[in-house]
Write a protein that binds this ligand. Sequence first.
Ligand code: URA
Length: 204
Amino acid sequence: ERRLEPGGNLRAAWEALMAEARACTRCDLHCHATQTVFGEGPLDPTILFVGEQPGDQEDLAGRPFVGPAGQLFDEALERAGIDRTQTYVTNAVKHFKFVARGKKRIHAKPDAGEIEACRWWIDQERQLIKPPLTVALGATAARSLTGKTVTITRARETPLTLPDGGECWITVHPSFLLRIPEEDRRREERALFVRDLTRIRERA
Ligand code: URA
């Protein structure tokens, strides 16, 4: 376990962790991704959000949730009255996994082994930051945090206590909302996502 010296500098410990993660070879995803996309935000956040893995744009920018899913996430946060600059945003898996189709890179789901290998980093981020509230965006994040397969519909109704005592809420992943073709259903699901985020803000 990474320990802070008495009076130790949290930011220095976090920067050292990020530097180690940049050289990660714990699974094969580093072979094709551009770079490790580590978490970002204040180290005393109100909420720590966990996504699935960086997408195409995040892989290029080196920052989490800056592409289309990030835009939807930002809009939902705003509607729920959450200031993203006071939150820490990271991913369960820190390299982009994709299949190449022509010039396009199509998102591929991380498997259980990749999620497990990458828990090494998210566990240490949470140990350093000790967030009062952790939010899993989607099933991959929920699996990484709880070690279990969860059904979002049921799990989103009640917070869980993680083994380290932290409170954890589970909700949908913003990319799921982008993929709903039918407009009414998309609107309903987006409203439910904002409802979840509003509940979470009220606890923070
Ligand atoms: N989807 C994620 O889960 N994380 C990102 O950073 C971007 C898209």
